[in-house]
Design a protein around this ligand. Structure first.
Ligand code: ZN
Length: 615
């Protein structure tokens, strides 16, 4: 049973941080030229597919009617003052039309939208640091009225309303319908020449993609809340790939955020809204700021099925208890219990995946499983079934386990400084499994899985009682001390200290939705036996990396939810302000065209994504 296991003491961080090997896709194949200039801004019947999304997605050849015209072939050469394929006026018509095409194509989608916001105060040593935080998670209906239905529980919903109320008092709520995801489109209804002036600014590469940059200003008297800013339009299909700006004019006593919105070429012919960074506040001398914050909005789950009755029926698992014993006999009571638990586990994993909360099995799981494996082998743990791992796609720091599946959130993988710290948080869940603290077996009843995506959080929950938490922590420390990580537990101690420093201000990041929290009431309560270990936290030591910013490790494909490790080259830290533990940072994905070698998924760069020093 254990022969397949192998100890991999190699520092996984090396692979986690491996230098980027961007296969800069040189794929100057079909260059759709600009269609006739006679086309105008009307959202005319697009050649591109509209109705059948599934077909659209499975046929890679549905790019907008591509008529390769040789003379205008635009190669991926360095930027040059090459003449545009058409006049800039025609380019404007094209991207207006493409934008309407995108709105149409995504109208039936209900992706998951997550916004994580950190309020900021100024710290003399560290610059702006988080003083409080807020978290929103929901499904966004990309159809007629863009609206967000919340996954969160009632009390958290009212927290959101309170926050909205807080903003309302200061600024009047102007973002209410869309909040931080407003900038998925520049203007949903009136993105045209009647309402806007477009002025060509320059050419610029974003990643591998050459773009035409336009300044967009609302025409006088075109109404309130119009987009004001800059857009980047890729120069093959003339799709908008980035929007940066705000809305204007704001009604009296109201306020619009500044946003930077990025799209990825995840399906042929379309660039899909994926990341939005918002920031307000100025900490230069003399500036008074009532509200300073930075926020990351992530959109994923575009390919999720829309929840509904029919959909629910397909979620009923028809496979009953299978007898895998060599003799065709009834399962023994213990066997039955195990199969029962596995059924519950499978149900929950499937349900969370369908709801867009768990990444499908993949790349990151292999790394996590290797770490779990290292703990198991060195502790002679031999379970009847192998332990599996999965990534929860959300930002709040949490782990939980159901049956033999350990789940860890994307946000937690992001902020962990090294492999030993990863082993530490996984060891707690492995301890629950070893100790038989099984949760969730009630989910072996299929009727318990029949609920809407929106109520997933209300219906699922894997929180242990305090006694089991303590027992798991104790066991986890034992496991770690026998493991290849035994000599690196100082780093775990440092991480826990860094977490403690921010535990009081980052309550939303530490509020778990499915598992037990790492900290409660401002106090870290996970693995406290290790918290005293290691050196004192010292911000001035540049080689001491106790915790990383969010977004530096795991990237998620917003279309199919696949998660993989970010490959960014280490960036040297030059001051304490570069450390940014647990903080959100702007997005700066390396854009690439669909199918162009390098995965078309963004790798948000963060200054402190390099953590190698911790090893
Ligand atoms: Zn636990």
């Amino acid at each position: 049973m254990r022969t397949w296991k192998a100890i991999l003491t190699a520092v996984l961080l090396a692979s986690m941080n491996a230098a980027a090997q961007q296969v800069a896709g040189s794929q100057p194949s079909a260059q759709p030229t600009a269609p006739d200039a006679t086309q105008t801004a009307q959202p005319s019947q697009q050649a591109a597919p509209a109705a059948d999304q599934q077909a659209q997605q499975s046929q890679p050849a549905t790019a907008p009617a591509a008529q390769p015209a040789a003379p205008q072939a635009i190669s991926l050469a360095p930027p040059a003052p090459a003449p545009a394929p058409t006049t800039m006026d025609q380019v404007v018509n094209l991207f207006i039309e493409r934008e309407h095409g995108l709105i149409k194509v995504l109208a039936t989608r209900t992706p998951v939208v997550e916004t994580y916001l950190q309020n900021l105060v100024s710290d003399p040593q560290l610059g702006p640091v988080p003083s409080a935080d807020h978290y929103f998670l929901g499904r966004m209906d990309m159809g007629e009225t863009v609206d967000r239905k919340d996954y969160l529980k009632e009390e958290e919903k009212s927290m959101q309303q309170r926050l909205m109320g807080g903003f309302a008092k200061l600024y009047k709520v102007q973002y209410q319908p869309l909040g931080f995801s407003w900038m998925v489109y520049a203007d949903r209804t009136d993105f045209d020449r009647e309402h806007y002036d477009f002025r060509y600014a320059r050419r610029e590469f974003l990643g591998d993609v050459r773009c035409l940059v336009f300044d967009v200003t609302p025409k006088p008297k075109s109404g309130r809340g119009r987009f004001l800013g800059r857009i980047w339009v890729e120069d093959q299909g003339f799709n908008i790939v980035r929007l940066n700006g705000t809305y204007y004019p704001a009604p009296r006593n109201s306020y619009f955020f500044h946003m930077d919105s990025w799209r990825l070429n995840l399906i042929p012919g379309y660039w899909v809204p994926s990341f939005i960074y918002s920031e307000e506040g100025d900490f230069s001398a003399g500036v008074k700021n009532k509200m300073a914050f930075k926020a990351q909005t992530r959109i994923w789950g575009y390919d999720l099925k829309k929840g509904g009755k029919d959909d629910e029926l397909t979620q009923i698992r028809v496979d009953s208890v299978t007898d895998e014993s060599p003799t065709a006999q009834d399962a023994s009571p213990l066997q039955a219990e195990r199969v029962w638990q596995q059924q519950a586990e499978d149900n929950v994993v499937e349900r969370l995946t369908n709801a867009g909360l768990l990444a499908p099995e993949g790349d990151v799981d292999r790394i996590l499983q290797t770490v779990v494996n290292n703990l198991e082998v060195t502790n002679n743990i031999d379970l009847p079934r192998p332990v599996r791992t999965r990534v929860l796609l959300t930002s709040p720091l949490e782990t939980f386990s159901v049956g033999n599946t350990i789940v860890i959130s994307r946000g937690l993988v992001d902020v962990l400084p090294d492999e030993a710290s990863l082993a530490a948080v996984l060891s707690h869940e492995l301890a629950h499994i070893v100790l038989g603290h099984n949760l969730g077996s009630k989910f072996a009843f299929n009727d318990r899985m029949l609920f809407n995506d929106d109520s997933t959080y209300q219906n699922l929950g894997f929180k242990h009682i305090p006694e089991e938490e303590q027992a798991a922590d104790k066991k986890a420390v034992d496991l770690l001390k026998n493991s290849p990580y035994a000599q690196k537990l100082d780093n775990v101690g440092l991480f826990l200290k860094a977490l403690q420093v921010r535990a009081g201000s980052l309550t939303a990041l530490l509020t778990t939705h499915l598992g037990n929290p790492l900290a409660e009431n401002g106090t870290v309560n996970r693995l406290t036996a290790l918290a005293a270990q290691g050196p004192a936290l010292d911000n001035s030591k540049l080689d001491q990396i106790a915790a990383l910013p969010l977004g530096g490790r795991v990237k998620v494909n917003p279309w199919d939810d696949k998660a993989e490790m970010v490959k960014t080259a280490p960036v040297a830290i030059t001051s304490a302000r570069d450390k940014m533990p647990f903080e959100v940072t702007p997005f700066f994905p390396r854009l690439a065209r669909y199918g162009a070698g390098a995965a078309p998924v963004a790798a948000p760069t963060t200054a402190a994504a390099n953590s190698g020093s911790g090893n």
